[in-house]
Design a protein around this ligand. Structure first.
Ligand code: UN1
Length: 512
């Protein structure tokens, strides 16, 4: 069957019917959604206005005032149920991710697994929101710190991880005692709607089991840019976690700072890997192939720059180019395909422009051409491109959200490190080496300047247990594991005097 003839709208109907979502939630509205698999319309969602958004944020604030009083382990119980609901909906939601974003089946399912994983993490965390007890300089005093819920957490997410990023933020925010308001990408509102329905099921079970939770604990707002602005501008939103382009971050960051609100920014990446003389080339080949071509090059963590040592260049790069020519491209719903479509025409145009610019700068391009256009004129499948570059040009230093891997030669390790860090972005990075000195240097203070630095695995596909995020133009935010939860709480330092005298700190005297 040709791509254009796939009845994806019918599949969407079936998924929503199973999740109990009424058709008027995703049909007959103004926001049209197309599946990148076929380019055909699969939904038309009603949108809210900025005024509705403001009211919804006020209501979320009311929810916060109640939810913060529920003990954290009880809040964890809600997220435990969310994890259970996600487990039962994994196949359906994973399929919907594939239909709406174009991810191949295992990656669509993997995205839902990432949601389940963060729920498990957050459940444990709900009993571990620890503060310190600190030695005081005064006798019969005690000093400690306490972590309190923060307020309404705004979540602005991107198309490429349409639901996992919501869960990283929401699972933590909710166990931390906050309410959340979510503005998903306009390209992927259907998966957001499905996720909200799954959350609502968990909430209904939590309440049926005797749990207490306010209305409007988790709110989904479907709409355009003005909804994001409402979140950024609303005084009752103390933290906005925003994933997207550096351009978006440059607008959102200063606006939040202006009103002293916090931000977690997850912006562009321009991730690189260094392949050294001692690298295991079979492993490198597989690591590079997944990191550069997986998700059709549309992860923030996608591998975009490869620095290969002179001595292994000819042993690796032709093999890699061959893998680029033989990788299976096609419907992500067909088992065995590894590369699905780009999200839309704009992504395709940007990819072509970057390839043109790299050619003009002396790049040698393999791949990059559009394929399967005869089967679906409105879908944009491309052969991933591998581009041998004479040097790291301005085009290479930009993030193009498409499967383009720029390959460059190096001769000394220090030169490779310098090139590696010489870009504005700082999300993820890798080194392929069996030389302990190189590996350790790469992850040391003078090595990779990124938030994520790996050895002998590619830069993409991080687990949720670590903190996720990056430096420089990537925005500095951290989400997911480790102590990223602290961003969703406010810290109070408490000093308690259980004596009968009033010694002042620093030996100050004030006797009246
Ligand atoms: C993103 O691309 O926005 O590390 C997030 C990874 C995934 C998350 C990517 N776990 O590639």
């Amino acid at each position: 069957m040709t791509l254009a003839k796939l009845d994806l709208a019918a599949e969407v109907d079936k998924i929503f019917a199973d999740l109990g979502v009424a058709a008027d939630k995703y049909k007959g509205g103004t926001l049209a959604v197309r599946s990148p698999i076929s380019g055909t319309e699969i939904g038309r969602l009603p949108e809210v206005t900025a005024a509705d958004a403001k009211k919804a944020i006020d209501a979320a604030h009311e929810a916060f005032l109640e939810w913060r009083l529920v003990p954290a382990p009880k809040r964890g119980e809600l997220i435990r149920l969310l994890g259970e609901e996600l487990r039962s909906a994994k196949a359906a939601l994973g399929r919907l991710v594939s239909i709406e974003v174009g991810k191949v089946t295992s990656e669509g399912l993997g995205e839902v697994q990432e949601m389940i994983d963060i729920c498990d993490f957050a459940v444990g965390l709900s009993r571990q929101l620890y503060g310190l007890t600190i030695a005081t300089e005064r006798s019969e005093h005690r000093m400690m710190e306490t972590w309190h819920p923060l307020g309404v957490i705004g979540i602005i997410s991107a198309f490429n991880f349409p639901v996992a990023v919501w869960s990283w933020n929401s699972a933590l925010a909710i166990v931390c005692g906050n309410s959340t308001v979510w503005k998903p990408s306009e390209k992927t509102p259907l998966t957001a709607l499905a996720t909200q329905a799954i959350f609502d099921k968990a909430l209904a079970r939590y309440i049926a089991n005797g749990g207490s939770a306010p209305k409007n604990l988790s709110t989904l707002l479907i709409g355009g840019r003005d909804i994001g602005e409402a979140l950024v501008d609303h005084e009752k939103v103390p933290l906005v976690s925003a994933t997207g382009s550096t351009r978006m971050g440059r607008e959102v960051g200063p606006k939040l700072a202006q009103r002293f609100a916090r931000s977690i920014l997850e912006l562009g990446g321009n991730n690189a890997a260094i392949v050294t003389p001692t690298a295991d080339l079979d492993l490198t080949l597989r690591g590079v192939a997944f990191a550069a071509m997986g998700t059709a090059g549309q992860r923030c963590t996608t591998l975009r720059r490869l620095f290969v040592h002179d001595s292994v260049y000819d042993a690796l790069v032709p093999r890699l180019a061959k893998a680029y020519q033989s990788v299976t491209i096609g419907s992500p719903l067909t088992e065995g395909n590894l590369v699905g479509p780009l999200i839309d025409r704009q992504a395709f145009d940007k990819m072509q422009a970057a390839l043109q610019a790299s050619k003009a700068a002396g790049g040698k391009v393999v791949g990059g051409e559009r394929v399967l256009d005869a089967e679906a004129t409105d879908a944009y499948y491309v052969r991933p491109a591998i581009v041998e570059m004479p040097r790291q040009t301005d085009t290479v230093k930009e993030e193009t959200f498409a499967p383009i891997l720029y390959v460059m030669k190096y001769s000394t390790f220090d030169e490779a490190l310098a090139l590696h860090n010489d870009v504005p972005q700082g999300l993820s990075s890798s080194i392929f080496t069996n030389d302990m000195r190189e590996a350790e240097t790469f992850v040391s203070a003078r090595g990779s300047d990124c938030g994520i630095a790996n050895v002998n695995i590619g830069p993409s596909g991080a687990e949720i247990g670590g903190a996720f995020g990056g430096e420089k133009e990537t925005g500095g935010g951290r989400e997911s594991g480790s102590d990223a939860w602290r961003a969703y709480m406010r810290r109070a330092t408490n000093t308690l005097n259980y004596g009968r005298t009033l010694p002042l700190a620093q030996g100050v005297k004030f006797d009246i």
